[in-house]
Structures are given as structure tokens and as C-alpha cells.
Design a binder for this molecule. Structure first.
Ligand SMILES: [Zn+2]
Length: 133
């Protein structure tokens, strides 16, 4: 049985760790599949035998987009860049892209090396990545 509270616990753990600057996910002990954010069941084989793992927080930029019309709570932040980073350990995750001028997105390129950084918005940790040259 998958209970809602266990899933909430995992989400809380993910954000608690993020606050400490750590990026966590989980690895399936059965098939070795690595997932982020952490889940209760393996996405690949359905096994419940998972362990938490910490990612290095480095990867490559897969794709990105500049947000000019943001959700209400981010209206003071726009324009900003979000993107999908493929972590060196394999899985992909979406995050804010910082350290780049949103008015000059051409400075970013696919495959660019990225390093995670945690920013804070409304007192909550937000996963972000910045380009490393
Ligand atoms: Zn598995």
C-alpha cells in the first residue's frame, strides 16, 4: 500500500535536503534505475526496494525556455529562464536557470555544463542551475 503520508514525507525530505544545498533522489536496488525527485515505487520495474541517493548536482543543459508571462506568484521575477538539466547520474530534472541574462538567452547553449545552486523564493528553496564555463 502506498500511503499519501509516505509520499508527502519524501517530498518534504527532498525540500529539506534542497535547503541544505543537497539534491536527492532514489535508486532502485533491484534494477539500479535512478530517479529524481525520490519516489515510492521504481518507475522502471515497480519495485519498492529503493534507497535515497545524493546527486553531485552537475549535468548538462538539455533544453531551456525564457518565461515572460509567469504564474502570479513569480510576476516580480520575470523574465526568467527555466530549463531541463540531465544530471551526470542520468535522470533529468527541471530547474530555474540562473547566472544568465534572460534578455540574452542566446548565451546559453544545449549541452552546456551546469552546476546546481539553491535559491530562495518566498522562504522556500528552489532548485536552480548555473552555467559553468
Ligand atoms: Zn527498478
Amino acid at each position: 500500500m502506498v500511503s499519501g503520508s509516505a509520499a508527502q514525507f519524501l517530498t518534504k525530505t527532498f525540500y529539506d535536503k534542497l535547503k541544505e544545498g543537497k539534491l536527492i533522489g532514489c535508486r532502485c536496488k533491484k534494477c539500479n534505475f535512478v530517479m529524481i525527485p525520490p519516489r515510492l515505487l521504481c518507475k522502471e520495474c515497480g519495485s519498492k526496494d529503493l534507497e535515497l541517493v545524493e546527486f553531485k548536482g552537475t549535468g548538462t543543459l538539455e533544453t531551456f525556455t525564457v518565461i515572460h508571462v509567469p504564474p502570479m506568484r513569480l510576476k516580480n521575477v520575470a523574465p526568467y529562464v527555466t530549463g531541463i538539466v540531465k544530471l551526470d547520474e542520468g535522470p533529468m530534472i527541471m530547474g530555474r536557470i540562473v547566472g544568465v541574462d534572460p534578455n540574452k538567452p542566446e548565451e546559453l547553449r544545449m549541452g552546456q555544463r551546469m552546476q546546481m545552486e539553491v535559491i530562495e523564493e518566498d522562504g522556500k528553496p528552489v532548485l536552480a542551475f548555473k552555467p559553468v564555463s
